[in-house]
Each structure stands twice: as structure tokens, then as C-alpha cells.
Design a protein around this ligand. Structure first.
Ligand code: CP
Ligand code: NVA
Length: 313
């Protein structure tokens, strides 16, 4: 295997990946997915004797299981570390990084503050992967773009309408979508828009790729003519105290059959976990336009591609 352009790098922000990196990762994910579906194993295997440390300050189903199972399937090993072991004040983030770089080949971290993942990456000489922070979720957007690439091929000029909170999942999708030339629209209630810094960066990326970034307060306007309708929880992890207030603010932003009637040709996506009856109805989630469980399966294949590109010889 020739050394990848991604070898040894970190993935902290969705903006860390160029369009060529994303194309390379999608191609690798497609190969790994086909091989795994046919053989339930990988030739080599490509990550024999490699170890990934996984740090979690927040709960997870998909991220934890897909990274851990992915490492096993690639011939390596993953270690799960919960908050009280690391990053919980027992020692500094910098000291955690300086230990782990001597023990393992890469770190995947799900933290509250984005700055913790940034500091881990700055201090550790090994690749650090952002497994979700309050600012971004780049592994999710990578799997999402792979899923859309499988369905549509070239994504340039395709329109994605995100309905709901201008949150971490939106931020990473906007950055990565803009990088590959997509039109990314967000319909959000007043007061729940995205970070100005992320929007500025996404705007720069869109200007270079021929994509665009747009905003509205009207979900119907956002989804009209879209290829993809995307939603996520109204209350992200760490915001539980605001849940009731958010339920009121977002009531008009549910992805339901009436909204999908405005976008009859669109696929529906959700990063999960879903709150059925809040941001999305069961009729849509389990209906013919939903590709939500293909999307979730692709977390496995896209992250295996990332691990191979970052770590394989
Ligand atoms: N979508 C996602 O990251 O799921 P988990 O929180 O279960 O990892
Ligand atoms: N926005 C959600 C995504 C969960 C995968 C959160 O941060 O909780």
C-alpha cells in the first residue's frame, strides 16, 4: 500500500479535509464496504497490531461501536476510556496526550469543549480524531458524504436542506458540503443559528468550489427542490437544561410527511439518536425517503477508511 496523503494527520474539523481527501476516503470506504460485505474480513489485514485509544466524555452508540468494531475488523484493537479515567481532571489534557502517544497509534476523542480535542491534537504526535465536540462532528459528515456519494455520485450542485439547530452536526456538514461544491441550506429558529466563524469558513469554501451556504427561518422554503433533507436532535448532549425551551422554539421545524410533501424527490437523513415525534416523525424515519439506517451503517465503513488512510503503512 502506498502511503496516503492523509497518513499521520489529525481530523479535528470537517474543514481539515480537501475535496481530494474526501474523494480518496469515499473510494477507500467503498472498497472496504464491498470487501467486508463479501468476506466479513479484510485482506492483510491493514491495521494489524495497531491500537486506537477512544476517549469519551459523553455517551455514544454509533461512534463507539463503529470505531471499536472497525479496528477489530481491520486487524487492530481499540481501548475504551471513560471520562473518569481521562480528561476528568485526574491529570492535564497535555499529560494525557504525552502518555497516550507512547502507548497507542491514534486517539479518537468525544469531548464537551472543542478546545480539548484541539489541545490533544496539538500535544500528541500521533493522529487525533474528533469523535464529536460541541462545535463539530466531522466523522459524521464524512459518513454522510460517503452515503450521498453512493447514491448521487458527484455531489457538486446537489442541495442539502438541514432543518433544525445550527449545531455541531450542521457545522461539519456545512463545511464538508461546501468543500465538495454542494448547496447547503439551513432552516433554523431565530436564536438557534450556527457559529459565525463556521459560517464564514464554509462561505469561503463554497466560494472556491461553486457551492453555497444559505439560511432561512422557513423549513418549507429550505426543503423545496432539495436533494437531501437532514435533521438532528433539537437538544444536543450537554444542553439538557434547555430541552423544554427548545421543544417550543423548534416545534415548527419537525421533519414530517407534510414537510416532505414539499420535497418528494429528496432523501431523508438523521445522524441519530433520533427523538421520534420531535424533530422527525416515525412515518418519515421509517418511510420510503429515509436512508437513515444506510447512513448509520456507513459510519463503520467511512471511519474504517479514515483509520486505514491515517494509519496504514
Ligand atoms: N451519530 C452519532 O455520533 O451517534 P452516537 O452519539 O451514538 O455516537
Ligand atoms: N447534535 C447531537 C449529535 C449526536 C450525535 C449532540 O451533540 O448531542
Amino acid at each position: 500500500m502506498t502511503k496516503s496523503a492523509l497518513a499521520g494527520r489529525d481530523l479535528i474539523s470537517a474543514a481539515d479535509l480537501s475535496a481530494a481527501d474526501i474523494a480518496q476516503l469515499c473510494a477507500r470506504a467503498a472498497d472496504l464496504k464491498a470487501e467486508y460485505r463479501a468476506e466479513r474480513r479484510h485482506a492483510g489485514p491493514p491495521l494489524e497490531r495497531r491500537t486506537l485509544a477512544m476517549l469519551f466524555q459523553k455517551p455514544s452508540l454509533r461512534t463507539r461501536v463503529t470505531f471499536e468494531a472497525g479496528m477489530t475488523q481491520l486487524g487492530g484493537h481499540a481501548i475504551y476510556l471513560e471520562e473518569k479515567t481521562v480528561l476528568g481532571g485526574r491529570e492535564t489534557v497535555s499529560d494525557v496526550a504525552r502518555n497516550l502517544e507512547n502507548f497507542v497509534d491514534a486517539v479518537m476523542a468525544r469531548t464537551g469543549p472543542h478546545e480539548v480535542v484541539v489541545e490533544l491534537a496539538a500535544r500528541a504526535s500521533i493522529p487525533v480524531i474528533n469523535g464529536l465536540t460541541i462545535r463539530e462532528h466531522p466523522c459524521q459528515s464524512l459518513a454522510d458524504l460517503f452515503t450521498l456519494h453512493e447514491r448521487f455520485g458527484d455531489l457538486r450542485g446537489r442541495t442539502l436542506a438541514f432543518v433544525g439547530d445550527g449545531n455541531n452536526v450542521y457545522h461539519s456538514l456545512a463545511l464538508m458540503g461546501a468543500t465538495v461544491g454542494m448547496h447547503v441550506r439551513l432552516a433554523h429558529p431565530v436564536g438557534y443559528g450556527p457559529s459565525g466563524r463556521v459560517v464564514e469558513r464554509a462561505g469561503e469554501l463554497a466560494a472556491a468550489s461553486g457551492g453555497s451556504i444559505g439560511f432561512t427561518q422557513d423549513p418549507r422554503e429550505a426543503v423545496d427542490g432539495a436533494d437531501v433533507v437532514y435533521t438532528d436532535a433539537w437538544t444536543s448532549m450537554g444542553q439538557e437544561a434547555e430541552a423544554e425551551e427548545r421543544r417550543d422554539a423548534f416545534a415548527r421545524y419537525q421533519v414530517n410527511e407534510a414537510l416532505m410533501a414539499v420535497a418528494p424527490g429528496a432523501v431523508v437523513m438523521h445522524c441519530l439518536p433520533a427523538h421520534r415525534g420531535e424533530e422527525i416523525t416515525s412515518a418519515v424515519m421509517d418511510g420510503p425517503q429515509s436512508i437513515i439506517f444506510d447512513q448509520s451503517e456507513n459510519r463503520l465503513h467511512a471511519q474504517k477508511a479514515l483509520l486505514v488512510e491515517l494509519l496504514a503503512d
